[in-house]
Design a protein around this ligand. Structure first.
Ligand SMILES: Nc1nc2c(ncn2[C@@H]2O[C@H](COP(=O)(O)OP(=O)(O)OP(=O)(O)O)[C@@H](O)[C@H]2O)c(=O)[nH]1
Ligand SMILES: [Mg+2]
Length: 444
């Protein structure tokens, strides 16, 4: 009995590539095309640092509190240690120019290292841009530095950014209380720190253990008053190294493959092909199939083929075909997921934070109302859905969502599917992308 999965491979490949094209997220591809000089410098530099664990972080916080100044100061300090290229304020704050070219890149991507790790750092210029970048996936953050000016204390965007960081799955943050050069009264500084600890606690971050560093980004950048300048940048980077965990590698997570195609091979059984999103699966492992209504199908993977060869295991990033024991072809369809038992369940109702594309970005020309019914693309699934305003929204009946808006809505799927908080989705209608979204909370 040795009919190879290879016989279906050519078909499998073409099916997959055409699917890819149809679901390529326009935001992501735009982002790829937009190469700023900063990114290129950073790339050249990054080559030397492959050996260190990589972490994505960024500066967030209220307008004018010193995010860009701090970002520049970090590169200056790390450059002095031979672990970055110095980027001055002007080269980081290129955002307005970049903004004209594409919709995602209104943030500068900066790279540097510490002794311990390699960082990609995003300096988020403004509120709306930050939200858009987080939702569209242009900026992914494993941790964040929240900047708050001692002269102002916490402001509306300090709170909104904390909330959004939490919603997109950031578990730990470090607080930098900036502009302490403008404050003479030590009690005032203590108060700012206390208030910040309380605030971050309200948003679910650890109020006691979270490091809070008090310093001046401007002094660090200008090489003045080292006790509140460069020394504080060193303390900040130490805190970031110690407090923000290195993200779990995809291969360490529970196995998940999204089904793109299903075949039956005479004499062998049913094969599902797709790209392995995370985890590692060994041959003869038990798995569950999720996405056929609320039913969970339990089965076993009796053979694995990756890159046209039968193999012992399939890992994150592989395109694999999995031979499933005792499952009928009719029970399977594209969009279902094959997962490690118990790791994922199907849901039909959840909150989704969306960025609605403008006409120029290829989106709708007009707004939409309550009970809007587009298609939702979730991994390889294409599901009918309905969007409603959250309960208690004022004037929900007449309210409109306009192109360019950020909005959080309740999505209801016609067919339940494997959904997790942090999952990115695409909202499409009549073959074009209308919005990109991020699942923030499961309801049902
Ligand atoms: N006195 C003092 N001024 C500072 C310090 N850090 C930044 N500034 C000043 O504060 C202003 C705003 O700084 P930015 O770094 O542009 O602030 P930002 O948070 O990036 O602002 P947006 O990107 O517009 O949200 C600038 O004039 C800086 O020179 C500091 O430590 N002390
Ligand atoms: Mg800025």
């Amino acid at each position: 009995m040795s009919v190879s999965l290879r016989s279906v491979a050519p078909f499998l490949r073409s099916a997959r590539s055409s699917f890819r094209q149809s679901t390529t997220n326009p935001l992501v591809s735009l982002q790829r095309q937009t190469r700023s000089p900063i990114v290129n410098i950073a790339r050249t530099y990054a080559v030397y640092q492959r050996t260190k664990p990589h972490v994505n972080i960024g500066t967030i916080g209220h307008v004018d509190h010193g995010k860009t100044t701090l970002s520049a100061a970090i590169t200056k300090r790390q450059a002095e240690k031979g672990m970055a290229s110095f980027l001055d304020y002007g080269s980081i704050d290129k955002a307005p120019e970049e903004r004209k070219r594409g919709i995602t890149i209104s943030t500068a991507h900066i790279e540097y290292s510490t002794e311990a790790r390699h960082y990609s750092h995003v300096d988020c210029p403004g509120h709306a841009d930050y939200i858009k970048n987080m939702i569209t996936g242009a900026a992914s953050m494993d941790g964040a530095i929240i900047v708050v000016a001692a002269s102002d204390g916490q402001m509306p965007q300090t709170r909104e950014h904390l909330l959004l960081a939490r919603q997109v799955g950031v578990q730990r943050i470090v607080v930098f209380v900036n502009k302490v050069d403008t404050i003479d009264d030590p009690e005032m500084l203590e108060l700012v720190e206390m208030e910040m600890r309380e605030l971050i606690g309200n948003y679910g971050f650890d109020s006691d253990e979270t490091p809070v560093i008090l310093g001046s980004a401007l002094c660090a950048l200008d090489g003045k008053r080292p006790e509140i300048g460069e020394q504080k940048i060193d303390e900040l980077m130490k805190a970031v190294d110690d407090w923000i965990p290195t993200p779990e590698r995809d291969t360490d997570k529970p196995f998940l493959m999204s089904v793109e195609d299903v075949f039956s091979i005479a004499g062998r059984g049913t094969v599902c092909s797709g790209r392995v999103e995370r985890g590692v699966l060994k041959r003869d492992s038990e798995v569950e199939l999720i996405g056929k209504g609320t039913e969970v199908i339990k089965t076993k993977v009796t053979d694995i083929e990756t890159f046209h060869k039968s193999c012992e295991e399939s890992r994150a990033g592989d395109n694999s075909g999995l031979l499933l024991r005792g499952v009928r072809r009719e029970d399977l369809r594209r969009g279902m997921v094959i997962v490690k038992p118990g790791s994922v369940s199907a849901h039909s109702k959840f909150m989704v934070s969306m960025y609605v594309l403008t006409k120029e970005e290829g989106g709708r020309h007009t707004g939409f109302h309550e009970n809007y019914k587009p298609q939702m693309y979730i991994r390889s699934a294409d599901e009918a859905c309905a969007l409603h305003f959250p309960e208690g929204t004022e004037d929900a009946e007449s309210k409109m969502v306009m192109p360019g808006d950020n909005v959080e809505m309740v999505a209801t799927l016609h067919n339940p599917n494997a959904i997790e908080a942090g999952q990115r989705v695409t909202i499409r209608e009549g073959g074009r992308t209308v919005a990109t979204g991020l699942v923030t909370r499961i309801i049902k």
